[in-house]
Design a protein around this ligand. Structure first.
Ligand code: AMP
Length: 502
């Protein structure tokens, strides 16, 4: 079991995970092999005005686990406004026991799941961050990445601020605490106006909850209701799991104050020239049973798949997905092409927790432990494989090899998004630009590298058209068109090649 922190404030300095809890050397091999893949960003969840709030937060985070598997945390606030925190390295189910949840009293809670490769020790950067603030205990959970985080941090350090983490989110805490304004609302508002880039935030001050989204709305944040209380979550799947009713998306630039059963719309942040929700949420990150920005993620992916079939048709015997993220788009491809949809690849869902002997590690290791072809579907057949996106191309190269070994006669690879060619500065953890295969190689070169009979990417225009009614979107990872200024990069404070996730 991870060794998390149960604490009063200040909460930082988490103990590191003991070797026994990580599986030791074998786990390191597994982790480094899986590190070939970029990782997910973060998920946030908060409730107020509902008894046993921490239990609901636990369930909400459980539903958001796909958004981050490195650490999880819940801060609960009891009747007198005292915050109590538990966070640790690992999956939600591993970090919290039922005893922990029983100790996290109160009707207000803020939760977070995280994966990011941003510097510093992993446990140190686990969220929520909780501090004693002049106006009560404050907790914050953040999804997104500030593009001026380093500049703000440098300024605050010069002014004497002491940082305990390397995470952007701590910058926000300092800005709130140091604001000269005289109410909590004004201090939060003041802090937010200094931020550039992506933030979908939940903040508790005592038992009052604040939810805020940057003025371009890069990351999703939804508002729900359960009984007499309110719920805020990264995706609607986290509302469903606790039977909360979806009210609406929190809009770009909005700051909401939620207290018991009252909600106040505070002043909005200055509007951006245009909203820029992240289209990659629809391509890959969000769960297909969620609705974000008015779009069903499943329907968006199906539309991508249908458009892909129109753009890159091919005569074949069956179509299947690289599970699970491409299931909906492969269904769309099958619907449009009339080619039968099959389950040609199986995915092992328990991979991250498997004990693997180091000697088993080889070049295809990461893909081999995760996927296996169904020989009966593949053997002697012309197959179309649909994946949601191609990042480094390493998984796909291995998968094509496995399909050939299982007897596939022809392998036609289809990608339900355009080539990922640019790093994301707004919270999606991607490898550096030269590691993005779509940036360094042409489509024919990629086809050759994968060893496929044909290959086709969804066009940028086709993708945007398929979800036009929900846009406009940020498509910077495909187009290089960055809508929010990259302040730290422009000032030489951050690398253009290695932006942080989350
Ligand atoms: P690869 O091309 O081998 O790097 O892997 C691509 C696969 O990783 C795709 O099938 C996606 O499902 C998944 N993927 C795409 N973007 C990300 C990301 N930022 N983090 C984690 N996985 C991702």
């Amino acid at each position: 079991m991870p060794d998390p922190v149960k604490s009063s404030i200040p909460p930082v300095n988490l103990p590191t995970v003991s070797p026994a809890s990580t599986g030791g050397e074998a786990q390191d091999i597994l982790t480094s092999s899986l590190d070939a893949l970029p990782r997910e960003e973060c998920g946030v969840f908060a409730v107020t005005g509902i008894e046993r709030a921490a239990e609901l937060a636990f369930l909400g985070l459980y539903a958001l686990q796909h958004r981050g598997q490195e650490s999880a945390g819940i801060c609960a606030v009891n009747g007198d406004g005292t915050a109590r925190l538990r966070k640790g390295i690992g999956l939600v189910a591993d970090v919290f026991s039922s005893e922990d949840l029983n100790e996290l009293h109160g009707d207000t809670a803020v939760g977070h799941v995280r994966y990011s490769t941003t510097g510093g020790s992993r446990s140190q950067n686990a969220q929520p961050i909780v501090v004693r603030y002049s106006r009560g205990d404050l907790s914050i959970a953040h999804n997104g990445n500030l593009t001026n985080g380093q500049e703000l941090r440098n300024r605050l350090v010069e002014e004497g601020a002491l940082f305990q983490t390397t995470s952007d989110s701590e910058v926000i805490v300092h800005l709130i605490a140091r604001s000269r304004h005289d109410t909590v609302e004004a201090q939060i508002d003041d802090a937010l106006t200094h931020l550039e880039g992506a933030f979908s935030l939940v903040i508790s001050v005592g038992r009052t909850l604040f939810a805020a989204v940057d003025s371009r709305g890069f990351r999703p944040l939804v508002l729900g209701r359960r009984g007499d209380g309110y719920v805020v979550a990264s995706e609607t799947c986290a509302l469903d799991i606790i039977d909360a009713e979806f009210i609406r998306d929190i809009r770009p630039g909005e700051v909401l104050k939620l207290e018991g059963n009252t909600m106040e719309e505070l002043r909005s942040l200055p509007p951006a020239p245009r909203a820029a929700p992240c289209v990659f949420e629809l391509v890959y990150f969000a769960r297909p049973d969620s609705r974000i920005w008015g779009a069903s993620v499943d329907r968006a992916r199906r539309a991508f798949g249908r458009q892909l079939a129109r753009e890159h048709p091919v005569d074949a015997d069956c179509v299947f997905a690289v599970p699970d993220s491409a299931n909906s788009s492969a269904l769309g491809y099958a619907e449009e092409s009339g080619i039968s949809y099959e389950l040609g690849l199986l995915r092992n869902h328990y991979v991250g927790r498997t004990f693997i002997k180091p000697s088993q590690a080889d070049r295809d290791f990461g893909a081999r432990i995760k996927y296996n072809p169904v020989r009966e579907v593949v053997e002697g057949r012309r197959v179309i494989v649909v994946d949601d996106s191609l990042v480094r191309g390493t998984t796909s190269t291995s998968l094509v090899k496995f399909l050939r070994q299982a007897g596939a006669k022809e392998v036609h690879f289809r990608i339900a998004s355009p080539p990922v060619r640019f790093p994301c500065f707004y919270g999606i953890d991607m490898p550096s630009r030269e590691e993005l295969v779509g940036s360094s190689h042409s489509v024919p070169e990629i086809a050759e590298m994968l060893g496929v009979d044909s290959m086709g990417y969804l066009s940028l225009e086709g993708m945007l058209e398929a979800v036009e009614e929900h846009g406009p979107f940020c498509d910077a990872c495909f187009s290089g068109d960055y809508s929010a200024p990259l302040v730290d990069v422009e000032r030489g404070l951050a690398s253009i090649d290695n932006p942080p996730g989350c």
